[in-house]
Ligand binder design. Structure first.
Ligand SMILES: *Cc1c(COP(=O)(O)O)cnc(C)c1O
Length: 212
């Protein structure tokens, strides 16, 4: 394996939505015992299994999560890191000098209330997962290749129409999805999962585009 100064891996991944099984993450940690491995679990609540428990076993592992997605607090800018005492001490030592997003009291209060509200959390993330699966099924039945997603978005390509053309036509209809003009992913669209009504509208509109 090539030398590195540490590893940061988003699991589930963005923008693909693909989830690595825990054993694959263990493999990375095991092979890099003298390096810090950061697992960014921004999307973990949408179907994956967290690596938090592994921080007890591996002192080179730091797991980070955000309240911006599954906890519905985008804009509050709250996240957290879980890991071995030495790693956390390292973060504590620098956080007030190089971190431009220090937390204010209100943000901390909002975040802890959001964590406590298990019922709201469960219902909103389950709703997103259900809508995601429904949308994925619909797209698969209509000529799209849909990567398996454990996030709140889908990463898709169509079997005959170029992603950028679909992107533009959706935009003309007032529907915004993400297009990346980068090698390997330039024929894919990243579609965030909205409400059930929004996704029904999206499906109706995208079908008009690909059927022509
Ligand atoms: C959203 C996101 C974050 C964190 O977002 P904040 O709003 O800054 O908390 C981190 N990593 C990934 C991959 C994300 O998608």
């Amino acid at each position: 394996m090539q030398e590195n100064d540490g590893i940061i891996i988003a699991n589930p991944n963005a923008p693909t939505g693909v989830y690595f099984e825990k054993k694959d993450i263990v493999d990375i940690i095991e092979k890099n015992r003298d390096k810090v491995v950061i697992v960014d679990e921004a999307y973990i609540d949408f179907g994956g299994e967290s690596c938090i428990d592994l921080t007890k076993k591996y002192e080179n592992l730091l797991v980070v999560q955000t309240l911006s997605k599954s906890r519905s607090l985008a804009g509050m800018r709250v996240g957290f890191a879980i890991g071995n005492e030495n790693l956390i001490n390292g973060l504590e030592a620098v956080k007030n000098s190089i971190n431009s997003y220090t937390l204010d009291m209100l943000a901390i209060k909002a975040a802890s209330e959001a964590i406590k509200d298990v019922e709201y959390f469960e219902s909103s993330r389950n709703r997103i997962i259900n809508t995601r699966e429904k949308t994925a099924e619909f797209l698969k039945n209509n000529g799209f290749n849909v990567l398996p997603s454990k996030t709140n978005f889908l990463f898709v390509s169509h079997n005959s129409i170029f992603a950028y053309d679909i992107f533009q036509k959706l935009r003309d209809k007032g529907i915004l999805v993400r297009y990346f003009s980068k090698p390997k992913i330039d024929n894919y669209l990243r579609i965030s999962i909205g409400s059930e009504e929004e996704m029904e509208l999206f499906c109706k509109d995208i079908i008009e585009i690909v059927k022509k």
